[in-house]
Design a protein around this ligand. Structure first.
Ligand code: FE2
Ligand code: FE2
Length: 158
């Protein structure tokens, strides 16, 4: 009887130790290099997801159902396993307000800096179609930014 209690106590202690260890590990701040690598990896996984979906659509249109299904299934692994696991490690998702602030920052950068510069550069190089597309997308990003900002405002006024 006494042995059983001791074993139970030890098992309980081990459980607490494991949980404590995991908590301590997930709360531990990662190095700048690891965070940078996580970001690079996430960009790659997200890009692969989007690209494989396009490849899959192309294969499906051409009647190659087997290849289309295989590409789609691989795309899902990139997005729902690899990207999601890395995002969790990097702590990408926060509160709704934090997520909106993050999204506003990204859309704002795209709208006011990135696409503006890309469009101007393309026009200068004579890549008129690309310049037009960048400018059109830039306007979409402004709408995204403003819609997110309105949501954030509504959230803060609650
Ligand atoms: Fe992957
Ligand atoms: Fe956007």
């Amino acid at each position: 009887m006494k042995l059983r209690i001791t074993i139970a106590a030890l098992a309980l202690a081990a459980l607490f130790f494991t949980i404590g260890h995991l908590t301590a590990q997930s709360e531990k701040k990662m190095s700048d290099q690891t965070m940078q690598n996580l970001s690079t990896a996430m960009h790659g996984e997200a890009f692969a997801y989007a690209k494989y979906q396009l490849f899959a659509a192309h294969a499906r249109k051409g009647g190659n159902v087997k290849l289309a299904n295989m590409l789609e299934s691989t795309a899902k692994t990139e997005r729902f396993e690899h990207f999601a696991e890395e995002a969790k490690l990097a702590g990408v998702v926060g509160s709704d307000a934090d997520n909106l602030k993050d999204a506003i920052q990204g859309e704002s950068y795209e709208a006011t800096t990135m696409y503006r510069e890309f469009s101007e550069q393309a026009e200068k190089d004579g890549d008129h179609q690309a310049a037009l597309r960048f400018e059109e997308i830039r306007k979409d990003e402004m709408k995204h930014r403003d819609a997110f900002a309105a949501q954030l405002q509504a959230l803060e006024n609650k």
